[in-house]
Design a protein around this ligand. Structure first.
Ligand code: ATR
Length: 280
């Protein structure tokens, strides 16, 4: 790794709690691999101080922020400009400090998911999608799928109001039922079901070889849902792929270069295995 010098640029992840964030591991692996004179650290920033953190970027010359809970909405309101996804979601996970000192906020989660599906050679154009869950991650996925050419998005959620709100983010999205899986070509789990357990968010008998399955849960990396799909030789996308792809887009916004996915993934896998894949 480049030695730290007076010219080293700083990126930071802000959140509360932040100490278990994989972002420093993933981003520093990419900075090192790309020989970029950047480092990332984690700042524990208490709820309500997200806007202060954004203001500190210009003061301290912090080139990029990754933003996690509970700051995504506060940061969306605090930056000077946002991208269309961040505007639609009222949520920012990435901030860039521009040379003129102004700040630009983006939401890379949904686009990262779309890129992860593409990297698995799963064609989205014309595909019928069923999405389980309608939380923050699910909303970002609906928003991005809305621009990816899918034919239909059926959102299924325990709380119907949240399903409706998520479905309103894309013209081809609607509230669905579990039977929509029968006509679908992609099933996405955006609920935390399967995190740290072998629970499956759907009955495995619903899966088919021609139903691609994506899970945003990444501990364990091989969730019960993905394992059941692979048993049928169905194409799968794991949660780490989305995490890495959204981080690549963050780094592209900060440095201008799209970093190597394999190196970032290897670093994340090593960190997860060191912590025994226990939920953070
Ligand atoms: P957020 O992303 O907003 O922080 P979350 O707690 O991670 O929310 O939950 C994400 C989604 O998974 C939500 O849609 C949640 O359903 P509700 O809207 O009814 O809260 C869903 N979810 C969480 N736990 C679940 C469970 N045990 N079974 C089914 N759905 C669940």
């Amino acid at each position: 790794m480049n030695p730290i010098s007076g010219a080293t640029r700083l990126a930071a992840v802000i959140g509360a709690p932040v100490r278990h964030s994989l972002s420093p591991t993933i981003h520093n692996a990419a900075f090192e691999h790309g020989l970029l004179d950047w480092r990332m650290v984690a700042f524990e920033v208490t709820a309500g101080s997200g806007a202060d953190a954004v203001r500190s970027m210009a003061t301290l010359g912090i080139g990029g922020l990754a933003v996690t809970m509970p700051h995504k909405a506060d940061v969306a309101a605090a930056v000077d400009e946002v991208d269309p996804a961040a505007r639609a979601l009222d949520s920012v996970n990435t901030v860039v400090l521009r040379p003129d000192g102004s700040t630009f906020g983006a939401s890379t989660d949904g686009a990262g998911f779309v890129n992860a599906v593409g990297a698995a050679a799963i064609e989205l154009a014309g595909r019928r999608v069923v999405m389980l869950g309608a939380g923050a991650a699910g909303r970002s996925i609906v928003d991005a799928l809305g621009r990816a050419g899918v034919a239909d998005i059926a959102v299924i959620n325990r709380t119907p109001d949240k399903a409706e709100a998520a479905a309103a983010l894309a013209p081809m999205a609607r509230v669905g039922t579990i039977d929509d899986i029968d006509g679908a070509g992609l099933l996405i789990n955006t609920t935390p079901v399967g995190m740290g357990t072998d629970a499956n968010p759907v009955d495995a008998s619903r899966l088919r070889p021609d139903l691609a399955v994506a899970d945003i849960v990444y501990h364990p990396i091989d969730t019960a849902l993905l394992t059941a799909a692979r048993r049928l030789d169905a194409p799968t996308v794991d949660g780490l792929a989305m995490l890495i792809e959204q981080a690549r887009l963050q780094q592209q916004l900060w440095t201008g270069a799209l970093p190597d996915a394999a190196r970032m993934r290897a670093a994340a896998e090593a960190a997860l295995s060191r912590r025994g894949q226990t939920p953070s």
